[in-house]
Design a protein around this ligand. Structure first.
Ligand SMILES: Cc1cc2nc3c(=O)[nH]c(=O)nc-3n(C[C@H](O)[C@H](O)[C@H](O)COP(=O)(O)OP(=O)(O)OC[C@H]3O[C@@H](n4cnc5c(N)ncnc54)[C@H](O)[C@@H]3O)c2cc1C
Ligand code: FES
Length: 277
């Protein structure tokens, strides 16, 4: 893994963001829409926010929770987050009602980088990891770049993003699950190479699964494509201060990259000799 070249990043800010909508999405997830115009206008694909779920005057939970920006509407000044209820923080978050405010810090981290020569991008997302990829499709639509999207999950009711990708004009959307045996790397490799070997995407982006990362590596080698991977880590601050999210990738001499500040998106370094062109 390599840190991506330094690009201009928006300066993080904070907002006491009113909740506009907050609804269950199927049995597993919740969709949260916040009025956060400063973050909406600047958030780049793959960036995230930190949500403080303690209400004003409450001491706990002390740590904010990292959440990907699922989509943003710059005109309306809104930021959408899609999340699953996991532990204490997300359980508390689920109780916020429209009209209440949530302290949001963002946009944070180094997001995905799409050079101007890129015309076609493959997105590989598993479960909630797909939330980090949808804004790539949102920006691709605006820039005339093709999106090919794979959303993967254990079963159908855990799939995320299928409709969102379609709404953003994706050229193809593959919704694959473990239950119907379409999500295995072998099955996906067969499907994607059959459909795209003649016109392969130039850039592959992955989030949410080690198996999808391995598939991304294989496809990137086959197609001589660039690969970028978004990593997850437990984050206490999200700002590069606490070093709780150090990736451990480098040990001798250099400091380990911080997933919140040097990532969460990292590039993949290929040995040129390994490439199958
Ligand atoms: C960059 C990034 C983007 C994310 N985007 C989303 C998203 O869009 N939707 C979504 O549902 N989830 C997302 N997550 C995971 C989400 O942050 C955790 O599921 C959530 O923090 C768990 O909090 P909790 O209170 O439910 O669990 P608890 O177990 O009570 O959390 C305890 C602490 O551990 C941390 N933690 C626990 N699990 C994780 C985890 N898997 N990753 C990182 N920190 C964790 C929490 O931040 C908290 O500080 C993202 C994580 C990262 C790093
Ligand atoms: S979460 Fe604190 S440095 Fe990354």
């Amino acid at each position: 893994m390599v840190t991506l070249p330094v690009v201009q990043r928006p300066k993080p800010t904070w907002e006491h963001a009113p909740v506009l909508h907050h609804e269950p999405l199927g049995d597993r997830y919740r969709a949260l829409r916040l009025q956060a115009p400063k973050i909406a206008i600047s958030a780049q694909p793959g960036q995230f926010v930190m949500l403080t779920v303690a209400r004003r005057g409450e001491a706990t939970p002390a740590l904010p929770r990292p959440m990907a920006v699922y989509r943003r509407d710059r005109g309306a000044g809104t930021v959408d987050v899609l999340y699953g209820i996991d532990g204490d923080g997300t359980r508390k978050l689920a109780g916020f009602q429209p009209g209440e405010e949530i302290l949001v810090v963002g946009p944070l981290g180094r997001g995905f980088t799409i050079d101007s020569h890129i015309r076609s991008v493959l997105l590989l997302g598993r479960g909630i990891g797909t939330c980090s990829l949808t804004t790539v499709a949102q920006d691709n639509a605006a820039r005339g770049v093709d999106t090919i999207a794979v959303t993967s999950a254990r079963q159908e009711d855990a799939l995320i993003g299928t409709e969102t990708y379609r709404e953003f004009g994706a050229k193809a959307v593959y919704s694959v699950t473990d239950t119907d045996n379409t999500s295995s790397p072998d099955a996906l490799l067969a499907t994607l190479t059959e459909d795209w070997d003649q016109q392969p995407p130039q850039l592959i982006m992955v989030c949410g699964s080690q198996r999808l990362t391995s598939l991304g590596v294989e496809l990137a080698r086959r197609w001589a494509a660039e690969l970028q991977v978004s990593l997850e880590a437990h984050m206490a601050c999200g700002l590069g201060y606490c070093h709780g999210c150090a990736s451990g990738a480098r040990s001798e001499g250099e400091e380990s990259p911080l997933i919140c500040a040097d990532g969460p998106v990292f590039g993949w370094r290929f040995d040129e000799a390994e490439r199958v062109v």
